[in-house]
Design a protein around this ligand. Structure first.
Ligand SMILES: C[S@@+](CC[C@H](N)C(=O)[O-])C[C@H]1O[C@@H](n2cnc3c(N)ncnc32)[C@H](O)[C@@H]1O
Length: 401
């Protein structure tokens, strides 16, 4: 059947309407007339499969990736980059419209539209290595991924050769490229292939089942004049160029004095970057590996006024309630923060809150809880994830009156 696409949903799928019921169509763009099949009735909406584009949008571009149709890795490669940025700005505007009337600044673009990722986790099965197909557990075999740093793609080519016709027992491989050094971490591997592996990757950091068997235990990233250890299981921002802009923006918006909290602090990057603006900075982070790196990072940078607390924000934040906290930075995972932590944040009563989020929906939900007491000063967007529908948002809040 032929439908006209009205707009994009938050995931970047085209939305059309059939007798008043919405249909979501992956790969379709606004104003296009497309021929589709309905492949699923979800009750209050349909899922459509794009068969043919009858009238094409002028914003459509040919995806550079040969696996784009099958792979679930990115979603917007058929949309011109400028329009991707507009889509992300509109998406955040739409989400925030429900809670307040505020201007959303245009997205700060990524310096690399492609080859920007410094980390990937790939699935392995027999001779295949790649990503899962969208909504499935079958592997799309890839030679290269255009989102990844070229040095990671070179590693994938070698790994593909290495796994052929072996009883290797590998099902997942994480590869990181930081400051021109490579870390490869295998979830498992038949030890009879260890020598061969080390000959292929003589200068890399190699982990098998969380044990470092060769090379450095951690890679080191430099941000401003600070150095940061990054271990295989620690969180680290994936877009090596754009995250610097985001951090710079956050630091330039600090209204610093007194003490600060860095909630969901990862390897302590933000805590350390803001340490010279405050008397004391306290980070809370649940991941043991990230906390270990964060504590090493304090030593590496000779910092004496930053303290890290291991645990969940919701369990630990009340221990810091009595400190005189001027600023809270928070950067939770996609699921956002939680009522208990948000309530404690309001009781702590900081003058300003900087909320960094990779999910505008949970960001708006959380800001909605804070907004009686805090005024939204600005919302800025950073394109950390080109070709995908994701966007990083920084929301600056100031206590009212
Ligand atoms: C988006 S990362 C932010 C890291 C850091 N701000 C940075 O820029 O590198 C989110 C972090 O929150 C941590 N995390 C997730 N849930 C948590 C919770 N309930 N309490 C504390 N940390 C949590 C994750 O381990 C991860 O390191």
């Amino acid at each position: 059947m032929v439908v006209k696409v009205l707009r994009l949903n938050n995931e970047g799928e085209g939305i059309a309407s059939i007798d008043g019921k919405l249909v979501f169509i992956k790969g379709a763009l606004p104003n296009e007339e497309v021929d589709i099949d309905i492949i699923e009735d979800k009750g209050n909406y349909y899922i459509g499969k794009l068969n043919n584009i009858i009238t094409s949008s002028s914003d459509r571009v040919i995806p550079k990736c040969p696996y784009y149709d099958k792979c679930g890795g990115c979603f917007l490669m058929h949309l011109s980059y400028n329009k991707q940025l507009e889509f992300k700005q509109d998406k955040v505007k739409g989400v925030f419209k429900k809670i307040c009337d505020i201007d959303i600044n245009p997205v700060i673009y990524s310096f690399n539209e492609l080859n920007y990722r410094n980390k990937v986790t790939l699935k392995v099965n027999g001779n295949s290595i790649g990503y899962y197909e969208e909504k499935s557990h079958s592997i799309v075999d890839i030679d290269t991924c255009l989102l990844l740093d070229n040095s990671i793609n070179e590693v994938i080519t070698k790994l593909r050769n290495f796994i052929q016709n072996k009883n290797h027992n590998i099902s997942e491989i994480m590869i990181r490229s930081i400051s021109n050094e490579i870390m490869i971490s295998f979830d498992n591997m038949n030890s009879i292939y260890k020598e061969e592996l080390l000959n292929i990757f003589p200068s890399c950091s190699i982990y098998i089942k969380d044990e470092c068997i060769s090379g450095k235990k951690s890679l080191i990233e430099t941000i401003e004049n600070y150095k940061f250890y990054v271990s295989p299981n620690s969180f680290f921002q994936v877009n090596s160029l754009t995250f610097r802009e985001l951090y710079k923006y956050v630091i330039s918006n600090l209204n610093g004095n007194g003490n600060a909290l860095d909630l969901y602090s990862g390897t302590g990057t933000i805590s350390i970057l803001m340490s010279k603006h405050f008397n004391k900075v306290y980070g809370i982070e649940v991941s043991n590996s990230s906390i270990r790196d964060a504590n090493e990072n304090i030593k590496l940078n000779n910092i004496s006024n930053v303290y890290f607390i291991e645990g969940k924000v919701e369990d630990k934040i009340d221990e810091l309630k009595e400190l005189d906290i001027n600023t809270i930075i928070m950067d939770p995972p996609r699921s956002g923060s939680d009522n208990k932590s948000l309530k404690s944040i309001m009781e702590i009563d900081p003058r300003s809150i900087i909320y960094i989020s990779c999910n505008p929906v949970t960001l708006a939900r959380d800001i909605n809880m804070l907004k009686d007491k805090y005024e939204i000063k600005s919302i800025n967007l950073f394109d950390m994830f080109p070709q995908t529908s994701h966007v990083e948002t920084v929301c600056i809040l100031e206590r009212k009156n």
